[in-house]
Design a protein around this ligand. Structure first.
Ligand code: HEM
Length: 613
């Protein structure tokens, strides 16, 4: 009876909204459904098609990736509702709606209960809402400054070189097949955030005999962090008392890494605190140093005097803006938000370039034009980075983030009992109260109304050249202020520069939101852009990437093959990559290729064997 009543109520709200809708008997965000849906979907697929189509496919957590812009086209509207007994979900690929939703922070809050699992070490800017979020944002924004970006640049160049030197010695002209470049990109990105986030420089296996385990620890710093990130879902889903006492290996490993990483973070925190207190601090260039400094925490204020003198204690609580847990919670969330997202962009950029030789060559020409014969140690953040941002390197990054934004559905909501109006094309619609909202970035970024394209297929293709402006035409969207919009926050927000350089195509406002938009937009946007551009530049200045064809043609056969035979083998490798990009992706925190990997090889420029695509 309850289910029927909820269903009827949600349907009535959908009918009153003025939006198209589709009914499903299952709420896709139900926890039990999230965990068990593959099983149910398999069973339900056995039923006659007209019983389960089309609603069943909208109950998959990854339906946005599966369907892209199609449902919006069918509905003839860039917003639609999914109605179910458990709740209504508004799916949005309309820039006008996104602009209003992201700006009206109180009317459309983030459904932070989705994020409770990330509070493993303390509350943080990602999982907070309302006034409490504002407090977090105020203290966590300043560390993302140009000093830190310089550090990101230097470290990304160094780590990019180290990654390549692990695969190739200086005289090699090619690597063998590299099966899992995604994992290597993840490692690289973890190293970058470790240095720029905590001031701890990590090395690659070929640079270091074995990782040291300091006294008092059972795992090295690097193993504690990487094992925790690998097992994060286990840590998030298992109650702490069970994790602590579990007889199962998986949970034991997860628990040890959780405890160990907590210890490492505490040690770093204590170190930064005493550095600041003794005046040794370099000014907090890394994120944690800046966080500790900005939070007004010093060893003196938190320990000594306050234990003895209650008056002083109350004084210190006034000046200390974050508790220790909040500092650790935010430091951890920087790693979480920052390493996988940037790693995905690096991995998919490499893959898409391997599939598009023409674009790769164009990228290399532009890198030569900007960087000439300078060695990497001479590359300069202030001089070179803006140029990379404004040429094919920036275009590759923007196009990759258009096609495969790491966050495919940015969650928002309306509060229970508080429906909200939106104006779309001069028409008023009503978003029901208690509604979950998904800003569908993959559909938005393929919305034909807002992107230059030659055909519908072209919108789904990797064509970075679409971002390059014809020099005879000027940018139709030149007003930087539409991007650097006032955020009504009386503190330094994150970098307000636009998502793309002035010399590149500027999509209409809110039509391109890989980093979200408005008040809760990504704090690490510039950090990520610097990292991605630096790594792409290091790799492609010297190397080319190719799809590995060894499953279809051996190295010896390649030596003697005709162009036509080589193309045939390459086409098979390309078809495999395309299939995995369409059907092998799944979201856990971010979208990644999870079914299998696409093997690739790097070759020294000039030694390419496959110049196709
Ligand atoms: C390509 C790389 C990245 C992409 C595409 C990306 C995307 C996003 C998106 C879509 C959001 C909004 C999420 C939501 O509202 O639920 C977000 C928030 C956030 N991101 Fe990123 N991000 C990237 C890199 C980074 C990096 C490198 C860091 C830090 C080192 C970072 C830190 C954050 C933080 C702290 C927030 C929460 C902001 C708030 O709620 O006020 N991100 N990011």
């Amino acid at each position: 009876v309850h289910t029927y009543q909820c269903s009827a109520r949600n349907l009535a709200a959908a009918k009153a909204s003025g939006l198209p809708y589709i009914k499903t008997p299952v709420y896709a965000f139900n926890r039990l459904w999230l965990l068990t849906h593959p099983l149910w979907i398999k069973v339900l697929r056995q039923l006659p098609h007209d019983w389960v189509d089309p609603w069943l496919s909208f109950t998959k957590p990854d339906f946005a990736w599966e369907k892209l812009y199609d449902p919006f086209e069918k509905f003839g509207c860039d917003c639609f509702l999914i109605v179910s007994p458990g709740g209504n979900t508004l799916v949005v690929a309309d820039p006008e709606a996104i602009s209003q939703i992201t700006r009206r922070r109180d009317d459309f809050p983030k459904p932070v209960h989705f994020y409770s699992g990330i509070d493993q070490f303390g509350k943080n800017v990602v999982s907070a809402e309302g006034g409490y979020w504002r407090h977090h944002r105020k203290i966590t924004s300043p560390p993302f400054n140009e000093r830190n970006n310089h550090m990101v640049w230097e470290e990304s160049l160094a780590q990019g070189q180290s990654m390549m030197s692990g695969w190739l010695s200086p005289n090699d002209t090619a690597t063998g097949p590299l099966k899992d470049i995604a994992a290597q990109a993840m490692r690289l990105s973890l190293h970058v955030i470790s240095c720029s986030g905590f001031g701890v420089r990590l090395q690659w296996p070929h640079e270091q005999a074995e990782s040291d385990i300091p006294e008092g620890h059972s795992l090295s710093y690097k193993d504690a962090l990487s094992t925790l990130l690998e097992n994060l879902i286990v840590v998030m889903l298992t109650p702490k008392w069970f994790l602590r006492n579990s007889p199962f290996k998986l949970q034991k490993v997860a628990h040890t890494s959780y405890v160990e990483w907590g210890k490492y973070m505490k040690e770093m925190y204590t170190e930064k605190r005493s550095e600041i207190e003794s005046g040794e601090s370099s000014g907090g260039m890394d994120l944690m140093g800046a966080l500790v400094k900005g939070a007004g925490v010093t060893a003196k204020s938190s320990d000594d005097d306050s234990n003895h003198d209650p008056e002083k204690a109350s004084e210190t609580t006034k000046t200390q803006l974050f508790t220790e847990d909040e500092i650790l919670g935010n430091a951890f969330v920087f790693i979480l938000a920052g390493h996988e997202t940037a790693a995905n962009t690096i991995h998919f950029s490499i893959l898409l370039l391997a599939m598009h030789w023409g674009s790769q060559m164009h990228l290399q020409d532009d890198l030569d034009a900007v960087l000439g014969d300078k060695s990497v140690s001479e590359w300069d953040y202030d001089h070179d980075m803006p140029k990379l941002f404004g040429n094919m390197c920036g275009a590759v990054m923007c196009e990759q983030l258009r096609l495969i934004p790491p966050v495919v559905g940015i969650p928002k909501s309306t509060l229970k009992g508080l429906p909200q109006g939106l104006t779309l094309g001069g028409k008023q619609i009503t978003v029901p109260g208690g509604c979950t909202i998904t800003l569908d970035t993959v559909a938005l970024h393929r919305n034909p109304k807002y992107w230059p394209h030659t055909s519908r297929e072209d919108l789904c293709e990797f064509r970075p050249e679409r971002w390059l402006l014809d020099s005879s035409k000027s940018n139709t969207n030149t007003d930087d202020n539409t991007y650097a919009e006032e955020e009504d926050l009386d503190f330094d927000g994150p970098d307000k520069r636009p998502d793309t350089a002035a010399s590149l195509f500027r999509p209409p406002k809110s039509a391109y939101v890989p980093f979200s938009e408005g008040h809760r937009s990504c704090l690490g946007r510039r950090f990520a852009q610097v990292e991605i551009l630096a790594v792409l530049a290091v790799i492609f200045k010297t190397w080319s990437v190719e799809l590995d064809v060894s499953d279809f043609m051996s190295d010896e056969e390649v030596e003697t093959a005709s162009e036509e035979q080589k193309r045939e083998a390459w086409n098979k490798a390309d078809a495999r990559a395309r299939d995995l990009l369409r059907n092998g992706m799944m979201t856990i925190i971010t979208i990644q290729m999870r079914k299998d990997k696409v093997p690739m090889r790097f070759v020294k420029r000039g030694h390419e064997r496959f110049k196709f695509g």
